[in-house]
Design a protein around this ligand. Structure first.
Ligand SMILES: C[S@@+](CC[C@H](N)C(=O)[O-])C[C@H]1O[C@@H](n2cnc3c(N)ncnc32)[C@H](O)[C@@H]1O
Ligand code: SF4
Length: 374
């Protein structure tokens, strides 16, 4: 049987830069779409030669704003992946979309290009908060885009950001319940984080706005979990909720520490070579540098590419795996530490063999993992 492989493809451009976002996203006056398609194809060819035959289980066009791509670009990239490795109907092919009317009008073209799942960045249903977040769409426009996504694709998801300034448990509960009536079977619900080197970081440190304190954030997380559970969603990862079998297969590959390739500027990859070494890769972040280098060399423009030691792999596996409600085998960890975390309620044991974080543990997962790994 062929080893499974997921592909992440990064599109780094956006219409404008949201003040909270530290992702590798840029605003450009012009983009040469055929050149981008060609560069992605060079990377795909390189990895096909390196790794040989594999079973492509998922492809994720992430960003930036991949709904700004020309559908012809996604089509030619997918055609090349099909030529290189073969694509089955079972392959999950997701595209991240911003919910402006222009982008929603392209959903049919993306479907024809081979996309079978979209993830729509709704973020909020409150007009004032969307302005505060610097978004280019109104709540009405976002919900219209979600409706078009539901009519076009069998599978769609949407993202929201909560724990926003002045948000209360009541106001968020109402907003989430309203959002639920538009949801399919998957949602990603993230608490707002203030990231260094963003305009929000500067404004927050100047005291221009406040975000909910730890106690309110914990209450907001609890109520999110309750509302989603009551609506039939499994909280399968810290911020991700799915009904039935609708978990994102692509993201599950990251969290289960499976193999994935990072294609495009700033993308990360983790994969086993045929010699049995696990490699970590990170591409140049700057779109122009990445593009020029890939077109010149016909190889990935990597800033880092190194093999991981067993110890490094273990640490990464735990960092990812304990985010999942399915948990990890308890036999991987020191019994004394596990007992301490079970006793203080951060972890729970399932079937005498599997450890998973409790709600309390999820709220301080970094320190739980830090304790397990030191
Ligand atoms: C980087 S965006 C890419 C997709 C698309 N451009 C969009 O804005 O929806 C992916 C998701 O990251 C989340 N995100 C980015 N920065 C965040 C932050 N500082 N706090 C919480 N969520 C954030 C948003 O929910 C967003 O939907
Ligand atoms: S949140 Fe999305 S649209 Fe906004 S800058 Fe980041 S990637 Fe671009």
């Amino acid at each position: 049987m062929l080893e499974p492989l997921a592909l992440y493809i990064h599109w780094p451009y956006c219409l404008s830069k949201c003040p909270y976002c530290d992702f590798n996203s840029h605003v450009a006056k012009t983009v040469d779409h055929p050149q981008w398609a060609q560069a992605y194809i060079h990377e795909i060819n390189y990895y096909k030669n390196l790794l040989g035959a594999r079973n492509i289980t998922s492809i994720f066009f992430g960003g930036g704003t991949p709904s700004l791509m020309a559908p012809e670009t996604t089509q030619s990239v997918l055609a090349h992946i099909d030529k290189a490795w073969g694509l089955s109907d079972a392959c999950e092919i997701t595209l991240e979309a911003n919910p402006t009317s222009v982008e929603a009008s392209k959903f049919q073209d993306f479907k024809r290009a081979g996309i079978n799942r979209v993830s729509v960045g709704v973020q909020s249903l409150n007009a004032q908060d969307l302005k505060f977040l610097g978004r280019e769409h109104s709540p009405e426009e976002a919900l219209k885009a979600v409706e078009v996504a539901a009519q076009t694709f069998d599978r769609f998801s949407f993202d929201m950001i909560y724990a926003r300034p002045k948000q209360t448990v009541d106001s968020w509960s109402q907003e989430l319940c309203q959002a639920l009536s538009y949801m399919g079977n998957h949602a990603s619900l993230y608490q707002l984080t203030i990231e260094p080197n963003t305009p929000f970081f500067t404004r927050y440190n100047r005291g221009e706005f406040h975000i909910p304190d730890d106690k309110i954030s914990a209450d907001l997380y609890e109520v999110t979990e309750d509302i989603m559970r009551d609506a039939g969603f499994n909280s399968y990862e810290l911020s991700n909720y799915a009904r039935g079998e609708e978990a994102s297969r692509h993201n599950m590959t990251y969290w289960r520490y499976g193999d994935y390739l990072g294609i495009g500027p700033g993308a990360h990859g983790r994969y086993y070579t045929n010699a049995g070494q696990k490699f970590a890769t990170r591409a140049h972040r700057a779109p122009d540098i990445w593009l020029k280098q890939v077109l010149d060399t016909q190889k990935p423009a990597l800033q880092d590419c190194f093999s991981l030691t067993e110890e490094e792999q273990f640490q990464e596996k735990v960092l990812m795996g304990l985010r999942l409600s399915e948990g990890m085998p308890s036999s991987l960890f020191e019994a004394k530490k596990v007992d301490a975390l079970l006793n203080n309620g951060d972890l729970e044991m399932r079937d005498n063999a599997t450890l998973c974080a409790t709600r309390q543990g999820r709220l301080r997962l970094n320190s739980v993992i830090g304790y397990l790994l030191t």
